[in-house]
Design a protein around this ligand. Structure first.
Ligand code: FE2
Length: 299
């Protein structure tokens, strides 16, 4: 059973986007029109939703489909294609139960009737590791990312799923965007939120690749929050999806697309999905924050 108060409107033009597909784990040849320059070699990796049903349940938002990784491997003018579903905890639990058991952005999973009342309550809001948004790179390793505190390390060749990484185990953030930036030295910069007594937008820096204790393992050691920007409205922080980085600065735009934290608490009790807490509040100003990328100082 999946609860949604929003009726699904099917638009023919977007229908392929919300259609479930099969995975293609073994690379297959592709048909090429024209000529691919011989100097283009490597893999083009993309991520996105690829499965929308489990049993009788169906996801009701495009963001919620189970992550499918795609790889176009280009070698001397030839291209092969392969794809695999991310074996996230969400994907595995849904597959085992043959129903949707993990809530996503726009779809609320109904609690397991066998669980006690507290387990039911918390299972509604566990953050997902269905990292369907982007491939990202930290310290030379590839990960797939969404906007929760979880990422999944992946093998960029075989598209196999590796371990789950929790940002909050490394630094004090509860989320990170799926659109980091990279500097010339190979350090990665991202932004994430933290909330306790107040709400902060944090700039994160993960150092360039270094010596690894174990070769085949996730490693975000050395990650640091280099700047914390206090939300202008602590109860209504802004949603953000990405930010800008230049040679010397990080530009963060605090826009009037708001997360209503009071509604968030209320909706937890009422059992409404996350996307309903986002509101457009044009009475708030748009603020441009300029951060010196080298010192972390707000300019
Ligand atoms: Fe995006």
């Amino acid at each position: 059973m999946v609860h949604s108060t929003t009726p699904i409107v099917w638009l023919e033009s977007i229908e392929p986007l919300v259609r479930s597909v099969e995975e293609t784990p073994d690379p297959i040849p592709t048909t090429i029109t024209g000529t691919i320059p011989s100097w283009i070699n490597g893999s083009f990796l993309r991520n996105g939703p690829g499965k929308f049903e489990f049993g009788k349940d169906r996801y009701t938002h495009w963001f919620d489909g189970m992550a499918m990784m795609h790889r176009f491997h280009i070698c001397e003018g030839n291209v092969t294609y392969s794809s695999r579903f991310l074996r996230s905890d969400s994907y595995i639990s849904n597959s085992e139960k043959n129903r949707i058991v993990v809530s996503e952005f726009g779809t609320l999973a109904m609690p397991d009737p066998c669980k006690n009342i507290f387990a039911r309550f918390f299972s509604r809001f566990q953050a997902t590791d269905n990292a369907s948004v982007n491939f990202v790179k930290y310290k030379g390793d590839y990960y797939v990312s969404t906007e929760t505190n979880y990422m999944r390390r992946v093998d960029p060749q075989s598209l196999e799923t590796k371990e789950k990484v929790d940002w909050s185990q490394y630094i004090a953030v509860n989320s990170a965007t799926a659109h980091p930036h990279y500097d010339r030295e190979g350090a990665t910069y991202n932004m994430g939120n933290s909330y306790g007594k107040s709400f902060f937008y944090n700039v994160i820096r993960v150092p360039p690749p270094g010596e690894k204790a174990t070769e085949d393992s996730a490693d975000l050691d050395g990650a640091k929050v280099i700047c914390s920007i206090r939300a202008a409205e602590p109860r209504k922080p802004s949603y953000f999806h990405s930010f800008v980085m230049s040679e010397n600065y990080i530009v963060f735009i605090e826009q009037p697309i708001k997360l209503d934290l009071l509604k968030f608490m209320l909706y937890r009790i009422q059992g409404k999905s996350f996307h309903k807490v986002m509101t457009w509040d044009p009475q708030y100003e748009t603020i441009f924050h300029l951060v010196d990328r080298h010192t972390g100082k707000v300019g």
